[in-house]
Design a protein around this ligand. Structure first.
Ligand SMILES: Nc1ncnc2c1ncn2[C@@H]1O[C@H](COP(=O)(O)OP(=O)(O)OP(=O)(O)O)[C@@H](O)[C@H]1O
Length: 225
């Protein structure tokens, strides 16, 4: 795979189940080292970094994981604040579990995803779509330059899906970038500028979103399956 994502781009990664979308995102955020070849994220190779340098890079990359990676028994506020733990001293992070820090920013992020009234609820008391929006709010408080999102709207209705993609595209509009694995062709074309299609771990499509129709993309899913 040879893929470059530039500043300002919102890229939809599409492809059949098992095509390699999650693997691409995991390699891009440094969670999975490449078995061969090189990866550069915001000008740095995550596999070559350790300690503080790695934490500094991770603070600049926000991820919405496919399985969300929230801590169910914790309150929503704590899961949202997890987005910026990398930028806090350990003492502040620990103290925040007793007295949540930075509450105005947490509330603002939750407001943007329509969950401000759930800030002190236990996260595992929320619906699947609400939990997905907590994971998005966590990225919003982090305010990263690069957003990696793995099916960030899979549990949301069409209106909320568009809103969430718009929010995740915010850093791209400020010179960062968005790389989002999406299964919904209409959403991919509506919310992204570029579509990268994967099949069996390879890039088999790389075009401007404006040059595709929803039908073309639906056909691609059929052909790639
Ligand atoms: N931890 C792992 N160890 C070994 N192989 C893996 C691992 N995770 C994924 N794979 C394999 O890599 C391939 C791509 O998986 P990946 O999860 O990236 O696909 P995907 O396009 O995100 O699929 P989906 O849409 O179903 O989430 C699959 O064949 C899968 O079996």
């Amino acid at each position: 795979m040879d893929l470059t994502v530039g500043p300002g781009e919102r890229v939809a990664v599409v492809g059949a189940s098992g095509a390699g979308k999650s693997t691409l995102l995991a390699v891009a955020n440094g969670a999975v080292p490449p078995s061969s070849g090189t990866v550069e994220v915001l000008g740095q190779d995550p596999a070559a970094l350790r300690g503080r340098a790695l934490r500094r890079l991770r603070a600049r990359v926000g991820t919405v994981h496919q399985h969300l990676e929230l801590v169910g028994p914790l309150r929503v506020v704590h899961n949202v604040n997890a987005g910026r733990l990398g930028g806090w001293p350990a003492a502040r992070a620990a103290w925040s579990l007793l007295r949540p820090q930075g509450l105005p920013e947490v509330l603002a992020a939750l407001e943007r995803v329509g969950l401000a009234d759930r800030v002190f609820d236990r996260t595992d008391a929320l619906s699947g779509g609400q939990r997905q929006r907590v994971a998005v709010a966590r990225v919003l408080v982090q305010d990263p330059e690069l957003v990696l999102a793995d099916e960030p709207a899979s549990a949301l209705d069409p209106a909320l899906s568009g809103r969430v993609l718009e929010l995740l595209g915010g850093p791209a509009s400020r010179g960062g970038a968005l790389l989002a694995a999406l299964h919904d062709p209409a959403l991919a074309l509506r919310c992204c500028d570029r579509v990268v299609g994967l099949a069996a771990g390879r890039v088999v499509l790389d075009v401007r979103a404006a040059s595709l129709s929803v039908r073309d993309l639906a056909d691609f899913y059929g052909a790639a399956a």
